[in-house]
Ligand binder design. Structure first.
Ligand code: UDP
Length: 341
């Protein structure tokens, strides 16, 4: 039986890939997004787009009027570590306020399952690498702090109202839909892989490597890059697990790559040089973040289909080459109107 889901931030990078996966199995999807960072053109055909902020009660009411929803997936948030170090109070206030408003509305509308996009930024200086779920939460930035709060808020929503939740701590979401329908388009783009690819394509300035004096083998930061389609799959599994209990999972491939290794892999994939310079460290960046995904593999049978870094980069490159303006062209072709089916 098709089910109906609410996806906040469904016009964004990870959210839009989940919408695609839900629609592919025949479910109905309502996207709530204010398009502040997302793109109407990224909302796959067949989903209903409700434009508005989560913190706006009228927008929430418009979205929930399309329910009842089997589950709410909450992607919409401010999500940049570096920016959160410059605007700490905006990050903590907005992410907490909007997340709490959504949790409250979900409870009020009888929703029983809630999936939170959480983050590797919960762990500033992990004692164990790859990082297991038992690692104490110790955020390295106001962004990470805001997600830690929402994880805590969901514990209370379960204790008080019985709302089951999954907190999925994404490590570095990357890649693009293997079918080429969706990709990554942030404005401005701050993430490593799209910036590396733009440098390779000569579309942007040379890449600045943020620090090469970290305590890692080549001095650059190590991250765990995970294919966005594998992340979407993890959401589908997590929402089923909520039939029995609430869950918290760290989500990555379990393999870390340094910034230099990402550059080298991109050069192999694209056959082009990646012009780059070494710059200062970016505030808030821990040297190494690699996930242990053993728990979700064992408990839910999640297996990444695209764990290979070159495949992740190849999918991102294919989309970017086909869409040099990102969603710009499709966006211009979309007729306005507040909501869209
Ligand atoms: N990075 C970099 N230059 C850039 C963008 C990112 O050296 O132009 C580094 C960044 O310091 C981090 C890694 O690449 O070590 C991944 O950064 P990204 O912003 O993609 O993701 P984050 O780890 O912050 O979620």
């Amino acid at each position: 039986m098709p089910e109906t889901y609410l996806v906040t931030g469904g016009a964004g990078f990870v959210g839009s890939h989940l919408v695609l996966a839900l629609l592919a199995r025949g479910d109905r999807v309502v996207v709530l997004d204010d398009l502040s960072t997302g793109h109407a053109a990224a909302v796959p055909e067949g989903a209903l787009l409700v434009r508005g902020r989560i913190g706006d009660r009228e927008a929430l009411a418009r979205a929930f009027a399309h329910g009842p929803f089997r589950a709410v997936f909450h992607f919409a948030a401010l999500s940049l570590v570096g920016e959160s170090m410059r605007e700490p109070y905006r990050y903590m206030a907005e992410n907490a306020r909007e997340g709490l408003a959504l949790i409250e509305a979900a409870v009020a509308h009888g929703v029983r399952r809630f999936v939170l996009s959480s983050t590797a930024a919960l762990f500033a200086a992990p004692g164990t690498i790859p990082i297991p779920e038992e690692e104490p939460v110790d955020p390295g930035s106001p962004y990470g702090e805001s997600k830690a709060w929402l994880e805590r808020a969901l514990l209370w929503a379960e204790r008080i109202h019985g709302l089951r939740s999954a907190a999925l701590r994404y490590f570095n979401a990357a890649g693009a839909d293997p079918g080429g329908r969706l990709g990554e388009d942030h404005r401005p783009e701050t993430h490593l892989i799209p910036r590396v690819l733009d440098a390779a394509a000569g579309r942007g300035p040379p890449l600045t490597v943020f620090g090469d004096d970290y305590p890692t083998p080549d001095g650059t930061c190590i991250r765990d890059y995970i294919h966005v389609a594998d992340l979407a799959e993890a959401h589908l599994l997590a929402v089923e697990a909520l039939a029995d209990r609430s869950v918290r999972y760290n989500l990555g491939n379990g393999t870390g790559y340094s910034v230099r290794e990402v550059i080298a892999a991109a050069e192999r994939v694209t056959g082009r040089a990646v012009p780059h310079v070494i710059g200062p460290r970016r505030a808030g960046d821990p040297p190494v973040l690699v996930a242990s995904s053993r728990r979700i593999r064992e408990e839910l049978g999640w297996t990444p289909r695209h764990p290979d870094l070159e495949t992740i980069i190849a999918h991102a490159w294919a989309w970017r080459q086909a869409h040099p303006d990102g969603y710009g062209r499709e966006e211009a072709a979309l007729c306005g109107g507040p909501d869209r089916r």
